[in-house]
Structures are given as structure tokens and as C-alpha cells.
Write a protein that binds this ligand. Structure first.
Ligand code: ADP
Ligand code: MG
Length: 309
């Protein structure tokens, strides 16, 4: 059996100020996946990542990275994961090559091996020409690439990026997308946090949606998009329904004898639905569009994504 890249069970986190950031999270990300963790600001994304990368202490629960428990097999777990944090945290005055060499050394490589790994990584990420420069001399896009290089220098199997495209212009965003795709094609598992649905849609195979410290959706991107295309309606009827209705391939449910809920999936029309109801002498008094929890959440998310962060 192949171990999942990340396995989280009943994970909770309460910060010292009594803020509950994670409230019983269960989540599994399979090896090789490109996974999106989508959620609005304050949902708990960075806390989850902080715990998975041993930067934040959890309050309760269990986390495994490639099968290694972060409590009982700390150093194995740590060596398998690379993280690109939400905020820049370099020494601005240290040359790029040294930053990467130090990072490799921090993962236990000898000086020579660390230097080789750093050089190779700079070539791969198109930063070789910049090796003697310092972060304060680099553009925003290059610094983002440097963050990714630093996360990859010890050759982890799982790469986690915490909102790597928040607040960057479209050109840099595209180049980060390409880079992440390449890394995933290179057999590394990727977990990306974002509050852009569009970004998750373009890149990711599977998705978890987190809100108020809870996972509210965990599915494949394809299924989620299909679900978003569906619309539900509540129909209030004049008389009671006493026998099963024939609504062909509309799926429906009777909430009570006078209230019908119908799902309108892609390509189906209300006209057709009313036609079928008419034939069975069912008269509709009024109709209401049933707001979908998911759609509401996405509105919030999309609303936030247009603001600079
Ligand atoms: N170090 C901290 N101390 C106290 N509360 C925190 C700390 N870090 C995050 N929080 C709170 O925990 C919640 C989740 O935050 P975070 O994990 O950063 O969410 P996200 O990354 O999804 O925006 C928020 O309410 C935030 O204010
Ligand atoms: Mg965050």
C-alpha cells in the first residue's frame, strides 16, 4: 500500500487567546496529487500547514507525512516535506546561493552535498544567474521563486505552498502556476492553499474546502465543478402530492406533501419541469431558488479574491 502524502485525523488547534483555528479536521492527500486547500481568510489554512510542517504546535489529533507521524517520527516527517510560507522570511542581505546552502545544511547535508544541492536547485528554478545577489536586490517574482527553491533544496516528496500567488500580478502568477505543474509532473505531491477558486480549478485534481476550522467539502475538482452547475428549487404546490411523481430524470424530493425540492442539473430547463408537472395535474403556486451553501461560500471567496491582500 502506498502511504498518503498527508494524513490528518481529528486535528484541533486552539491558540492561547482561545481562538479555535482548527476544529476536528480529518483530511487525506494521496501521493502524487495536486491538492487545493481552499478557504477564506481566517479559515485555518496556515494553521493546518504550520502544524503539518512542525512550526505550530497542535492541541489535539494526529498528523502523518508520507506515513511518518510528526510526533513519534519527527525528523523523518520533516525531511519529506518542503514548505513555502505565506510571508517572506529570508535574511534580505544573504546571497541566494548561501540561503539555499544553509537550508540544505539545516536538513543534515554536509557542506559539499549542500552546496551541490543548492546549485542544482538554482539551475532548475532559473535563478542561477542571481546566485550572488541578495533577496533585497531581486524582484517580487524572483523572490517567490527563491522561496520555492528553498523549499525544494532537500528534495522533499511533498511540497506545500501557502497562498503563493496572493497579491502578485498575473504574469508572475502564471509563471508560478507553470512551475508548480512542472514540480507535480516531476512526481512530487503538491498541496496549495488559496482563496482563488479559479486557481484551484486550473491546477488541482482534488480539493478540500475549509471554513471556520472545519473541512466542509473534500472531493475531486471534477465532481465539485459538476455540483456547482446544479441548481436546486423549492416548489410550493396548490394541492398535496399523494403518489410518486414521474419527473423523468429530474431528481426530486418531497419535503412535505405540498413542498417539492427539485435539482436542475446542467442542460435541463424549468420549462421542461413545469411541462412534466402539468401533465400530472400538479399546480405550482410559487417557486424559490434554494441557495447553496457552497455557492455562498464561493461568493465570499471570490469577493475576497478581488481585494488586494
Ligand atoms: N499565532 C496566532 N495567535 C492567535 N490566533 C491566531 C494565530 N494565528 C492565527 N490565528 C487565528 O486563527 C484563525 C485561523 O488563522 P489562519 O490559520 O492564519 O487562517 P488562514 O491561513 O486560512 O487565513 C484566525 O482566526 C486567526 O486570527
Ligand atoms: Mg493563511
Amino acid at each position: 500500500m502506498i502511504e498518503p502524502a498527508l494524513s490528518i485525523k481529528s486535528l484541533s488547534k486552539t491558540y492561547r487567546n482561545d481562538v479555535v483555528a482548527l476544529d476536528g479536521v480529518d483530511l487525506e492527500v494521496e501521493t502524487g496529487d495536486f491538492f487545493a486547500l481552499l478557504g477564506p481568510n481566517g479559515a485555518g489554512k496556515s494553521t493546518l500547514i504550520g502544524i503539518a510542517t512542525s512550526l505550530v504546535n497542535k492541541s489535539a489529533g494526529q498528523v502523518r507525512i508520507m506515513g511518518h507521524d510528526i510526533d513519534t517520527h519527527f525528523s523523518q516527517a520533516k525531511s519529506k516535506v518542503g514548505v513555502v510560507p505565506q510571508e517572506f522570511n529570508f535574511n534580505k542581505f544573504q546571497p541566494v546561493l548561501e540561503i539555499l546552502t544553509d537550508q540544505a545544511g539545516y536538513f543534515g547535508m554536509g557542506r559539499r552535498a549542500a552546496r551541490d544541492a543548492a546549485e542544482q536547485c538554482l539551475h532548475q528554478l532559473n535563478l542561477w544567474k542571481r546566485r550572488k545577489q541578495t533577496p533585497q536586490e531581486l524582484s517580487g517574482g524572483m523572490n517567490r521563486r527563491l522561496m520555492i527553491a528553498r523549499a525544494l533544496v532537500h528534495d522533499p516528496e511533498l511540497l506545500i505552498l501557502d497562498e503563493p500567488t496572493a497579491g502578485v500580478d498575473i504574469e508572475i502568477r502564471r509563471s508560478i502556476w507553470d512551475l508548480m505543474r512542472r514540480i507535480n509532473e516531476d512526481k512530487k505531491t503538491i498541496i496549495l492553499t488559496t482563496h482563488y477558486l479559479e486557481e484551484a480549478e486550473r491546477l488541482c485534481r482534488n480539493i478540500g474546502i475549509i471554513d471556520h476550522g472545519r473541512i466542509i467539502v473534500n472531493t475531486s475538482m471534477r465532481k465539485l465543478l459538476e455540483k456547482l452547475k446544479e441548481e436546486s428549487f423549492i416548489l410550493y404546490l396548490e394541492g398535496p402530492v399523494t403518489a410518486p411523481l414521474d419527473l423523468e430524470d429530474f431528481s426530486y424530493k418531497l419535503l412535505d406533501a405540498y413542498t417539492l425540492e427539485v435539482v436542475l442539473s446542467h442542460g435541463k430547463t424549468l420549462h421542461r419541469l413545469f411541462d412534466l408537472l402539468n401533465r400530472q395535474a400538479v399546480t405550482v403556486l410559487s417557486i424559490r431558488n434554494k441557495a447553496n451553501r457552497l455557492e455562498e461560500l464561493f461568493l465570499t471567496l471570490t469577493g475576497q479574491s478581488v481585494e488586494p491582500s
